[in-house]
Design a binder for this molecule. Sequence first.
Ligand code: NAP
Length: 260
Amino acid sequence: MKKGYVLITGGNKGIGLELAKIFAKNNYPLILVGTDILALYEARNVIKKNYKVPVNLIQRDLTKRNTPNEIYNIIKGKKIQVDILVNNAGFGTYGPFIETNLEKELDLIELNIRALTHLTKLFSKDMAKRFHGKILNISSTSAFQGGPYMAVYFASKAFILHFSDALHSEFKPYGLQVTALCPGPTDTNFTDCAKGSGQAKIFQSMLSPKRVAKAGYNALMKNKLFKVVGIKNNLLRQLNRILPRETAINIAHNCLLKQK
Ligand SMILES: NC(=O)c1ccc[n+]([C@@H]2O[C@H](COP(=O)([O-])OP(=O)(O)OC[C@H]3O[C@@H](n4cnc5c(N)ncnc54)[C@H](OP(=O)(O)O)[C@@H]3O)[C@@H](O)[C@H]2O)c1
C-alpha cells in the first residue's frame, strides 16, 4: 500500500533530521519544515542520496501565528495526504528568569506550544475523517519537573507531555495514535540555542540524535503513550516519581546550574 506523507517540523537538523532519515528508510514520503533554507536543501540531499522517497521542503517560521495555516494550505494545494505529523521543532533559552529576553521566551511559547497545538488541530481533523493517522510530539525529560534557569522551556515541554497524554486517550475512538517522545540531553544544536547552558552538569553527558530518533520512531509504531530514552534518563524519571517535589527541584537546580 502507498504510504501517506510524514510532516516533520524541524526536519532539517538534529533529532528531526534523524527521524526524517528513519521514515525515509521505511519508504515514507516526507515534508520537512524549518527556517534555515540551506539546512533544508542539505537535509533533502542527504536523504535523496540514500533513499528513493519524495522530499518536499517548506521554509517557514513557526513562531509566526499564521504559519500552521500556511503549511496546511500549501499541503492541501498539492493534494498531499499527511498520515504522520511529527511536532519536533523547538528551542530553549537559558538564564535567570529576571534577566532572560522576554521576546525570545514568548517566541518559544509560540513555537513549542502554540504552533504544535495548531498543527495538531489542523491535521488531526483530517486524520480523524480517514480514521487513520499518527502524531509524534517531541517533549523532553524536562516535562517531569520544573527547570531553574530554563523555566519557560521546561514548562513548555510539560504542556506537550500532558497535551499528548490527553490526546492519546481521546483520539482512540477516531483510530488515531499519539506518542510523546521524552529525550534527555541530546547532542544537537539545541545546546547552542539554550545559550550558556553548555557548561551546566545536565549537558555533560548526552545521547546521539540518531539513538533518540530511533527510540521515538519505534515508540510511535508501537503506539506507546510516551518514551523516555536511555537508562540514566529512565532512572532519573523513576527517582523523580519517588522523591518529594522540593527535593526533585533542588536536584534539577543543581544539574542546571552553570559550572565554574
Ligand atoms: N537536544 C536536546 O538536548 C533535547 C532534549 C529534549 C528535547 N529536545 C527537543 O527536541 C526537539 C528537536 O531539537 P534538537 O535537539 O534536534 O535541536 P536542533 O538541532 O536545534 O533542531 C531544532 C529544529 O527546530 C527547527 N526550528 C527552530 N525554530 C524554528 C522556527 N521558528 N520555525 C520552524 N522551525 C524551527 C530548526 O530548524 P531551523 O534551524 O531551520 O529553523 C531545527 O530543525 C526540540 O523540540 C527540543 O526541544 C531536545
